[in-house]
Design a protein around this ligand. Structure first.
Ligand SMILES: [Mg+2]
Length: 206
């Protein structure tokens, strides 16, 4: 068994995402772009709803009702759910890296700030790519989101390691700092080459 465990962020590390893309199908029947819808939602409290939704304090129906009302959407709730789910595409080099680390015997965990609709969707769509992860730690299930220290401790627990034997990889500097604050090692993901270099520097075989 390898001493170190690696915990990967999902959004903009394992897969890319775009809220604007999700908003395109909401905007199309209204003659608006995804960006216009996104701006409209942001002005009415989208970030606050996401925070509640992604810490498990707001249900999917409540969240989608907020989005429907704030966007003036004429779509059904089912269509809105589909639009909201259509947000991700895989970051193939990181998917390959994760598969290699798995083959090298590392304990791997996914640690994501996410919500029920997104997680239900990506777990099915990317089931095969996600196989190397022994556990998915999802904020809406844990009840805490990055950079809250409790989120990282849940990840270390899922990895079966002490926090100091965990390397947390995230694209947001605040989330990397949160990991370090909780006693984990942190790597800021910027691009694939830099990630491999940083992991090797930590003695990881990749
Ligand atoms: Mg991210």
């Amino acid at each position: 068994m390898r001493e170190l465990a690696l915990i990967f962020d999902f959004g903009n590390v394992f897969a890319f995402f775009s809220y604007s893309r999700a908003c395109e199908s909401i905007g199309a029947p209204l003659g608006k772009t995804g960006d216009q819808i996104l701006e409209q939602l942001a002005a009415q409290g989208l970030n606050a709803w996401i925070r509640l939704y992604e810490t498990g304090k707001m249900s999917s129906d409540e969240f989608m009702t907020h989005v429907a009302e704030a966007s003036g959407s004429t779509l059904s709730l089912a269509e809105l759910r589909d639009a909201w789910r259509d947000i991700f595409w895989l970051n193939e080099p990181v998917v390959e890296l994760v598969a290699n680390l798995d083959a090298q015997g590392y304990s791997l965990v996914l640690g994501s700030n996410t919500n029920e609709l997104h997680a239900e969707s990506f777990r099915v769509t990317y089931a095969e790519a996600l196989l190397p992860f022994r556990e998915l730690v999802l904020s809406y299930q844990v009840g805490h989101m990055k950079p809250d220290g409790r989120f990282y401790l849940a990840c270390a627990h899922a990895a079966g390691r002490n926090p100091s034997a965990c390397v947390f990889i995230d694209d947001l500097p605040a989330n990397v700092q949160g990991a370090i604050g909780a006693g984990l090692q942190g790597v800021h993901y910027q691009n694939d080459e830099q990630l491999v270099t940083d992991l090797r520097r930590l003695g990881i075989d990749v």
